[in-house]
Design a protein around this ligand. Structure first.
Ligand SMILES: C[S@@+](CC[C@H](N)C(=O)[O-])C[C@H]1O[C@@H](n2cnc3c(N)ncnc32)[C@H](O)[C@@H]1O
Length: 272
């Protein structure tokens, strides 16, 4: 498949920045767990692929400490400006504008990490093969991504099932793979990484926890233009201004637990 530019479906508006912050908060604990499990530690030089607002770069900076180095890479100048502003007290973190499919640094990295980036790439394997060469021999590659297929309400809530279906279709129509979390280990192995390990982390939000409805309502809002363009639902049927509220009322009424998508992680090493 050719490396055509991905149509990054989520944009970089103020509303999208707020949504990315909410999403990052919801997976911060899972991300910390996976970063530690993979073995990121003091003094390492780390590249963060598709860094966005720098959430992962910030968590990695805590692990590598002042003696380490973190470079956040993204195509969005707008998001990078916000990331730089937020990281001004962390001299070990820098941000670079560039494409993960082609960008190359002169110095090798100990670790290449990427959260919620493979999801957006038409050819994730090619990007991983390219980034494997950014590692020193023995260096670590860690990728984290969602498995939207694991998301549901239990007992089922028709509105949740419907909204998840819209989101899945909208992402797929834009060339993104919302269940790529299931494929991370084979992708790493296919890109030549060795000793590959993987597991996923999933939340179980209580029926009265507003975070589940807010997360789902937020992502539907972000992809509503695609949902309508695909003819899956009209603006009236989506009812975006009240969607989170209606999901919240429905989960409370049925006592349903909301399972947001599992965050899968997989890591492997560049052969010595
Ligand atoms: C969903 S956000 C994830 C941000 C961050 N990694 C996180 O987990 O919070 C995806 C990011 O990937 C960036 N992106 C998409 N395609 C890219 C590419 N080909 N090269 C570099 N960045 C890319 C977008 O600009 C966006 O900031």
């Amino acid at each position: 498949m050719t490396q055509t530019a991905p149509s990054y479906v989520l944009g970089s508006s103020e509303q999208e920045i707020a949504r990315l912050d909410g999403q990052a908060a919801s997976i911060e604990a899972a991300t910390r767990l996976l970063l530690r499990a993979a073995g990121i530690g003091p003094g390492m030089r780390v590249l963060d692929l598709g860094t966005g607002l720098g959430h992962v770069a910030g968590l990695v900076a805590e692990l590598v400490g002042p003696g380490g180095q973190v470079v956040g890479l993204d195509t969005s100048a707008r998001l990078l400006d916000v990331a730089r502003e937020r990281a001004r007290d962390r001299p070990q973190v820098t941000f670079v504008e560039g494409d993960v499919r082609s960008w190359r640094d002169a110095e090798p990295f100990d670790v290449v990490v990427g959260r919620l980036i493979l999801f957006h790439l038409h050819d994730a394997g090619a990007a991983l093969r390219h980034q494997r060469t950014a590692l020193r021999p023995g260096g670590l590659m860690l990728v984290l991504d969602f498995d939207l297929g694991s998301s549901r309400a239990d007992p089922p809530v028709p509105l949740v099932t419907q909204a998840l279906g819209w989101v899945d279709a909208a992402f797929r129509s834009a060339g993104a793979n919302p269940t790529i979390g299931t494929r991370l280990a084979p992708l790493l192995a296919g890109a030549g990484l060795v000793d590959v390990q993987t597991f996923g982390v999933q939340g179980y939000l209580a029926p009265d926890d507003p975070r589940g409805p807010a997360l789902l309502g937020g992502v539907v809002r972000a992809v509503a233009p695609q949902i309508m363009a695909l003819g899956l639902a009209t603006a009236e049927q989506i009812g975006i201004e009240t969607l989170a509220e209606r999901i919240d009322a429905a989960t409370r009424a049925t006592g349903s637990v909301v399972l947001p998508p599992a965050l899968a992680g997989a890591w492997g090493r560049r052969a010595l």
